[in-house]
Unconditional design. Structure first.
Length: 225
C-alpha cells in the first residue's frame, strides 16, 4: 500500500499521502490516491464492484500529508461544504530559502485563478484583473543557515496559494523550482507537508483532529540531507 491510514470509520478514510502520488487520476495514467484507496477498501472488506469514495479536497502531487476522503455521500456533501465555508483548519510544515522579516504574521496577496503556460499562479501585492484575495498565517519555527522551517495556516483556499505567496514574500519553498527555488528535490517533491486537519466530524459533529508525521524525505533539518 503506497499510503498509510491515519483514521478510518464508517464515514471517513483519512490517509497520509506521499509526495509524488496524484490525488485524482489524470491523462497521464499514473497511479492515484483515490483509486488506490478504493482498492484498499475493496480488499479489506471484500466488496466486489464499485466502492464509493468522495474527494472533498486535494493536495498537489508533489506535496505530502493528510487527505480526508468521504466513504458516504452524506459525509462528502457535509465535508465539501465545510471546506468551502472555511470551517476546516489546515496546518502545513514548509521549508523555505531565507527567513521572513517578521517571526510570524499574516500574508495577504492577490492570486490569479488559473496558472500560466507553465502552470505557475500569478501573485501580486496589488489586485489585478481576475485576481482573488489570498490570505494565510505563518510562524517561523526554526532557522538554520539559509533555510527556515515554517508553520503555515491558510485562511483562503486558492490554487498554489502557499507556494505563490511564499515566493512573493521572497522565501520560496525548497525544491519548488516553478516558484523560484534554486534547486530541486528527489522525485519532484517540494518542501511542503500537510501536517494537520481539524474539523467537525460530518456525522455527530464532534471536533476531530488528524495529524500526519513528517516523512523521512522531508528536507529538514537541511544539514542532515
Amino acid at each position: 500500500m503506497i499510503f498509510s491510514v491515519i483514521h478510518e470509520d464508517n464515514h471517513l478514510l483519512v490517509v497520509n499521502k506521499p509526495a509524488g502520488l496524484l490525488v485524482q487520476g489524470d491523462h497521464s495514467g499514473h497511479s492515484a490516491l483515490n483509486d488506490e484507496a478504493k482498492h484498499y477498501l475493496r480488499e479489506k472488506y471484500q466488496k466486489p464492484g464499485n466502492v464509493y469514495l468522495g474527494l472533498v479536497h486535494r493536495l498537489d502531487r508533489n506535496v505530502s500529508g493528510v487527505v480526508v476522503l468521504a466513504r458516504t455521500s452524506k459525509a462528502a456533501a457535509r465535508l465539501s461544504a465545510a471546506f468551502r465555508d472555511k470551517k476546516v483548519q489546515k496546518t502545513y510544515r514548509a521549508v523555505v530559502t531565507g527567513s521572513p522579516a517578521q517571526p510570524s504574521g499574516e500574508l495577504k496577496a492577490w492570486l490569479g485563478a488559473k496558472g500560466d503556460s507553465r502552470g505557475v499562479t500569478r501573485a501580486a501585492h496589488e489586485s489585478f484583473d481576475g485576481a482573488r484575495e489570498s490570505l494565510l498565517n505563518y510562524r517561523v519555527l526554526e532557522t538554520r543557515g539559509e533555510h527556515s522551517l515554517l508553520e503555515i495556516c491558510p485562511i483562503t483556499g486558492r490554487r498554489h496559494q502557499i507556494r505563490a505567496q511564499l515566493a512573493l514574500m521572497g522565501c520560496p519553498l525548497v525544491g519548488d523550482v516553478k516558484y523560484g527555488s534554486s534547486r530541486g528535490l528527489p522525485d519532484h517533491r517540494i518542501a511542503l507537508h500537510a501536517s494537520q486537519l481539524e474539523f467537525n466530524h460530518p456525522v455527530g459533529a464532534e471536533v476531530v483532529v488528524f495529524e500526519a508525521p513528517v516523512p523521512v524525505d522531508f528536507p529538514w533539518p537541511p544539514l542532515a540531507r
